[in-house]
Design a protein around this ligand. Sequence first.
Ligand code: FAD
Length: 1018
Amino acid sequence: MALFGRKSKSSSAKVAAPSSVTSTAPATRPPVATTSSPEREEHITQIGVTMLDIAKDHKAGLLSAKFYQDKLMDWSMKDHNFKVQLFRFVDAFPALTTPEMVHDHLVDYLTQPGVKAPPFMDLGLKAGGVAKGMMSKTISSQIKNMAGNFIAGTDASDALPMLSRLWKNGIAFSVDLLGEACVSNAEADMYQGKYLDLVENLVGEASTWKETERLEKDHLGVVPRVNVSIKVTSLCANFNPIAPESSIKDFMSRATPVLEAAKRNGVLINFDMEQHELKDLTLDTFMHACDHVDFEAGLAMQAYLKSGVDDAKRIAEWAKRTGKVVTIRLVKGAYWDYETIHAEQEGWPCPVWNEKWQTDLCFEQMVEVFLDACPREPGEGGIKLALGSHNVRSIAAALAGLEKRNLPKNAIELQMLHGMADQLKHAAEEMGLRVREYVPVGEMIPGMAYLVRRLLENTSNESWLKAGFLDNADTATLLADPASKHRGQLPVDLCEIAHQRHALSPGIPEVRNGRPFYTEPLRDFAEKDQREAFGRAIESATVPTVANDHTPEQGLDMVQRAYNAFPTWRDFDPIKRAELLTRVADKMKDRRDELSGIVCKEARKTWREADADVCEAIDFCAYYARYAVPLFKRMRLGKFIGELDELWYQPKGVAVVISPWNFPLAISCGMTVAALVTGNTVVLKPAEQTPGIAKVMYDMIMEALRELDAPNDVLHFCPAPGETTGAALVRDPKISLIAFTGSKAVGLDIIAAAGVTHEDQPMVKRVICEMGGKNAVIVDASADLDEAVLGVRYSAFGFQGQKCSACSRCIVVDPQGPDGPNMKLFLSRLSESTKTLVLGASTDPNADVSPVIDAEAADNIRRFIQIARDEGLTELVGEKDFDTPEDMPELIAPHIFTGVNESHTIYQQEIFGPVLAVVHAKDFDEALRLANGHAYKLTGGVFTRKPAHIERAKNEFRVGNLYINRGCTGALVGRQPFGGFGMSGVGSKAGGPDYLMQFVDPRASCENTMRRGFAPEL
Ligand SMILES: Cc1cc2nc3c(=O)[nH]c(=O)nc-3n(C[C@H](O)[C@H](O)[C@H](O)COP(=O)(O)OP(=O)(O)OC[C@H]3O[C@@H](n4cnc5c(N)ncnc54)[C@H](O)[C@@H]3O)c2cc1C
């Protein structure tokens, strides 16, 4: 029976009572922990049925039904693959500036493997010539219509006639400004201007509208006519939980004038709620704003969060305590998919409920908290509740709660989205409730993210509206107690099963009981406890003083001792060698934040970078432990009877590890433990700039070696100058293996030195060599600029551009030339966004860019900057754009140069600093040619929304690590094995399954097991 079905003939008289909902449940269903009583359920059903009946009979406003009748949506709901590709196309659509591009992309998306286009599109997809143009036109107008369903106009004045019509029809409004991600102070200033415009100017027009008591009065007094929704992130480009105080300060600098204007004009300002990462910071910001400006305040809160009830209690308690009256718009939450995906990628517990009924139940529980906190009298502090839902069960449950508390109808408000559930709005209005529509205004490009969210929501199988409008669910189902949908077993959180689910390594029975490797999750700085503990650790961390004073003689003595120790370590139990690594990983985990503190202070890494360095070190240990053990077990080849063919590996000998300063823990640890776990003895020479953290690591490994009763002299620590002692180490004939990461010049020198063989040398030396990069990121014509700007900015300037994976060439595709619109828009957003980066000490959580490693590096980078100027390049961003702290001479501001071509020095040379060259390409072919036109082959990136270009990049962009639609740094062990070829290295992949093979020699045997014509197997 379809209550909203296009052919519904149902009658509410036949609606089953809630008790029957539970009684018809399968007998196997376990008891449900619900607080709902039969009386409450009856009450809710009664209200819900009333609402549904009125809604069903309402002839006007069939937008939602129209949505489902739309041919494209209809097909989307039948074919998941088509839906995914269509929505991806819709997302890319505003960036497609010509009919050819539209057609080209559409065909590309809808001809992806597994996608079946509907028959009505088939011809158009195959068309050429005029028909092709028609197809583009039709699809363009369909998307614009779709957007028009949900977005009321390009700006407030465009939407005004609609707002006034709404008011006449008995519906109030809250205007929402659609926006792209705010990536710069300039954009935040622009949003501030737009909000001010709304707050100052909507009131004039709205004041001419007819008085409507239902919309303007609640039980406490006047309800503002004009209601504006703001996003905190649009008023602050650095709204970052890692630095809450400065985020709030920056936000308030732009929000205060808006809030004061709102107060003057009697406008309610509602703070929308965005991703979970920002939730606590948004709550704190909201309370701070209310404490500082006495405006009519509203805040959206999300019931899909597991913290929903606690959050509700916190805000209710605050309002009661401070005597403030604020409106809470209770919603379920718009980013469920994102939160689920993001949490899994980070390895964090999922912040949202797994099952829809849990969200619905949490919504009802939060309603109870807020209704309990509703002020009874003017002057009393508390919460006024607004329901942001189109789910009649959820609404009815709140209305029942209201009646139970003898609160009047006008003590609650119903809010619904523009373009959705119009019948319900009218039903609510007829029931005498105050209804407000959330009305987004904005241009196409910023509107797309919102449109795609609405499309996903409306086509989701979990959507109540879809159940009501399309799937013809019966009333009992639509109004059922959420708790009754509990099926006993809840899905486990993905982070709990991550090891097995991803199987990033084999599970080795002797290593951690067969549990496969999984990447160590980074700290979640949105969590106050983690953030504060990290801050304390950074503050108290001390970098050990280590002199780089080991002479060549001392170094060679270490090689001799390592050489003597080799046979015992070679024959040491491989399982115990693996245990060495897991023990080291545990020790590092125990001291994680302290290690980050040392890295932060010694290598000048900002908080997140230091944390990532430590996690990577832990990962190398845990990963290589699992890959090492099988190497030393004999592997039988084939099953020949009478012939036993076997393959296994043995350690090589003494390894010299020469590690860099830019990943002072991760890389030195990775190379050292790879050599040790494969049975080689090691002399470690750390970078001169970062011997402190290397010493701490060395001590940890030594402690673990002692715990395992390992032989002496397996590992030696040799802090020393590279030119003398380092050079002597790699030339010693007793070494078998050199593991090096560093500059091309030193790397090539080592390779040459290793090629010189002494007469008494027992084996040819192997060199595992990771050198530099001159990495390019292509920004294609269809790129999502929100992502591209932030991805390029981070890849170029994260850790001051001192990663070998850093982006130093950005290639922007614009068919209209170097002054074309793509180029201009990207460059203006990138440059403004870069200027927003904060320069400061690495220990300061606010800092995005800190001093480079030392004075010599700073001089070198400055030399390149001067060359770029001398060669006549345009300095789009440079020192002039930043407040550079005076006491930090080695702090170099991010630089962006344009007008660059292949002949320019900064295009050719690796700089290892915050300097980015931007190059124009007329099309994707040229972009690929430029990107590939360098001897370095380390990382590369492509931002594009054209599937064919993604495929081409995978085939033709020849680099060791290719990143698509994300930044080109930050490889994770086991997930993105890291390393380049060409002049970037010898092609090995650290953190990959074959890395350890370079540390061993293979051996094979063939045994004839046949004696006198018989063999055991036969
Ligand atoms: C006026 C208004 C303002 C809004 N403002 C905001 C805002 O500031 N921030 C924001 O995030 N959202 C906001 N929303 C969007 C809102 O979150 C969604 O529209 C809403 O979740 C849809 O809920 P519903 O009760 O209408 O529909 P229902 O169909 O009952 O619920 C759908 C919701 O259930 C949740 N869900 C879906 N699948 C699962 C699952 N497997 N497990 C657990 N939960 C699941 C999701 O939250 C999904 O959106 C607003 C909505 C309105 C009406």
